[in-house]
Design a protein around this ligand. Structure first.
Ligand code: ZN
Length: 198
């Protein structure tokens, strides 16, 4: 995390975008670790590519691009819940499988393993429901990512197949609420139109 903080343009603590992400993250943390909510840290990097990852040690990073890309708040919470699930399921304590695909994110390297991703997706659905969000959101975020140019489609679709039964009545959420304000803020600052998922 220190390496990321030194070399990446992170939003600082009082920033409205970071405060918003922190509030959403804490709604999920309240379901899994209610007595230590403040030990969990959420960071936002000024990067227009939609990305999110867990660094380990209850530290998470999401990008401006992810916030601008998702359909609604529930979808953003799904991404946070997925990353929190990696932490809860101790995916950082086990040795990464040797055949896991290495994914390079700037100065850090993460491992990709389909079974691990599926386990985090399933746990994210449970956490979404507990926190009162749309349980379809995990599936929908994967669908959104799979429709981007250059996406690892077969990998994402394999994860979507495992989630199919978790999404029975798909809700169409109107574009209202705080996510829309935060999204406008990011767009104003970046001066770039950012395509969002539909
Ligand atoms: Zn993951």
């Amino acid at each position: 995390m220190q390496r990321i903080a030194e070399s990446w343009p992170l939003r600082f603590a009082g920033d409205p975008v970071r405060r918003y992400v922190l509030r959403l993250g804490q709604k999920i943390v309240a379901q899994v670790d209610p007595h230590h909510v403040d030990d969990w840290r959420f960071f936002v990097v000024r990067n227009l590519e939609p990305t999110a990852f867990a660094v380990g040690g209850n530290r998470f990073v999401v990008s401006d691009g992810l916030i601008a890309f998702v359909r609604n708040e529930s979808d953003l919470v799904a991404v946070l819940a997925h990353e929190i699930a990696h932490q809860r399921l101790r995916h950082f304590c086990d040795q990464a499988p040797t055949d896991a695909k290495r994914i390079r994110y700037g100065s850090i390297v993460q491992h990709f393993d389909l079974d691990t991703e599926r386990a985090a997706d399933a746990e994210a659905v449970r956490l979404l429901e507990l926190a009162g969000y749309d349980s379809c959101s995990m599936y929908e975020v994967l669908r959104c990512l799979s429709e981007r140019p250059g996406a690892p489609v077969s990998q994402l679709q394999a994860r979507m197949r495992s989630l199919k039964s978790s999404c029975t009545n798909r809700a169409n959420m109107p574009h209202i609420g705080e996510l829309e304000e935060i999204r406008s803020h990011i767009l104003d600052e970046s001066g770039t139109p950012i395509q969002r998922c539909r």
